[in-house]
Design a protein around this ligand. Structure first.
Ligand code: GLA
Length: 383
């Protein structure tokens, strides 16, 4: 990874493309979800960590809307009221529409975005984009939105405008992340609790990128909604799948259509694991935390069917070489594995995992580490 910040990249891209300096730069982090996968749209807890890699938006008021990014050469003139184009620029359109609803959009802007995050690697590049844009553009309009409002703008632009049936985990950690802490976010109540995470996390990328738009995540979400409707016949008043207890599982298994059973089992067991993981992390018990990560991965593999063989190999190899635990992080069907290892051994373990991956798949995976980092912020404009 380059040590150049996303803010500096966005700012120089802005100057190069628009021949003037931006008046606002803001950035937001990607995230690693330690555990609590596919629980956020089922009323359960999640335990994400903001990472050091970020996306930045540099902007200046203009007549129309022009956007550029460091991932391609094109310059896009976007129309906020025109139909979506099925391109990354839809996220910018969605953010502007939602900011208008908050009366926090400028009349138009030139925007340059740049990122140090891998795209489509399950590290929440889309929330880093929407939350950094929401921050930059609202400041450009002279409004200071609260972190909760930035979460809402980011979430609504993805869910209602772009049409990805995500939960609120990614936008929440992008807005509320803090150096040195994971956050336990209870999605049913909205409570956020900081849990110290002093060490490093390692990320091993599978190299297979997922595309969330219209994909498997939406399908799983529909299955969960269908399962909830069945559960309500038996438990009227049940609001979320995550309200079921592990003790309810045998009866759930008898009552639900067989294909939905493992989906609910994942949500219920993952909810219990996530709360146990937050307690283990708070107590500094990394051995128990690691075991929960591996159980979580196994549940994704067997019950939620969202893993891929590349991720399964990385998890198995990490454990075999001495990691506390590892788990596919993010939506799945591609993406990256988070590895938690004893600090004095982490480099050796990750190198050994990469070697095993190369032996099986014939290519080296990209690996890197991160500490828990800060949430969205306004950046000084680099000179
Ligand atoms: C994606 C979504 C999140 C969450 C995860 C799965 O990252 O954006 O809201 O549902 O998948 O845990």
């Amino acid at each position: 990874m380059s040590s150049v910040s996303s803010a500096r990249l966005a700012s120089s891209l802005f100057t190069a493309r628009f021949a003037t300096r931006p008046s606002i730069v803001a950035s937001a982090p990607g995230r690693v979800n330690l555990i609590g996968e596919h629980t956020d749209y089922n009323g359960g807890p999640v335990l994400p960590v903001a990472i050091e890699r970020r996306t930045a938006a540099a902007a200046r008021v203009a007549d129309g809307w022009t956007v550029v990014s460091d991932t391609e050469d094109a310059v896009y003139e976007i129309e906020i009221d025109a139909p979506m184009r099925r391109s990354w620029t839809d996220y910018a359109v969605g953010v502007v529409r939602e900011l208008r609803a908050h009366r926090a959009a400028p009349p138009g802007a030139m925007i340059a975005v740049a990122t140090t995050l891998p795209i489509g690697a399950g590290l929440s590049s889309s929330a880093a984009l929407t939350v950094s844009l929401a921050k930059a553009l609202s400041l450009l309009a002279g409004k200071r939105l609260s972190p909760a409002e930035l979460v809402e703008v980011g979430f609504r632009s993805e869910y209602h405008q772009v049409g990805v049936r995500c939960g609120r985990m990614d936008q929440t950690i992008a807005a509320h992340g803090e150096r040195g802490s994971a956050i336990l976010f209870e999605t049913a109540t909205g409570t956020i609790q900081r849990v110290p995470l002093p060490g490093r996390l390692w990320v091993v990328e599978t190299g297979l990128s997922h595309r969330l738009t219209g994909g498997s995540l939406n399908q799983r979400r529909r299955e969960c909604e269908e399962a909830l409707a069945f559960c309500r016949d038996w438990r009227p008043g049940l609001e979320y799948l995550a309200q079921l207890e592990p003790a309810d599982l045998p009866e759930m298994e008898r009552r639900l259509p067989p294909p939905l059973v493992p989906r609910v089992r994942h949500v219920v067991t993952e909810t219990a694991r996530t709360r146990a993981a937050a307690r283990a992390l708070a107590a500094g018990d990394l051995i128990s935390l690691g075991r929960l990560l591996v159980e979580g991965h196994e549940s994704l593999r067997r019950d939620y069917e969202s893993t891929i063989p590349e991720a399964d190999l990385i998890v198995d190899a990490a454990v075999a070489h001495g990691a506390y635990g590892a788990r596919l992080t993010g939506a799945g069907w591609g993406g990256a594995v988070v590895v938690l290892a004893p600090p004095e051994e982490e480099r050796r373990i990750v190198a050994a995992v990469a070697g095993d991956f190369q032996a099986r798949f014939g290519r080296w995976p990209v690996t890197w580490s991160t500490r828990a980092s800060a949430g969205v912020r306004r950046e000084p404009i680099p000179s």
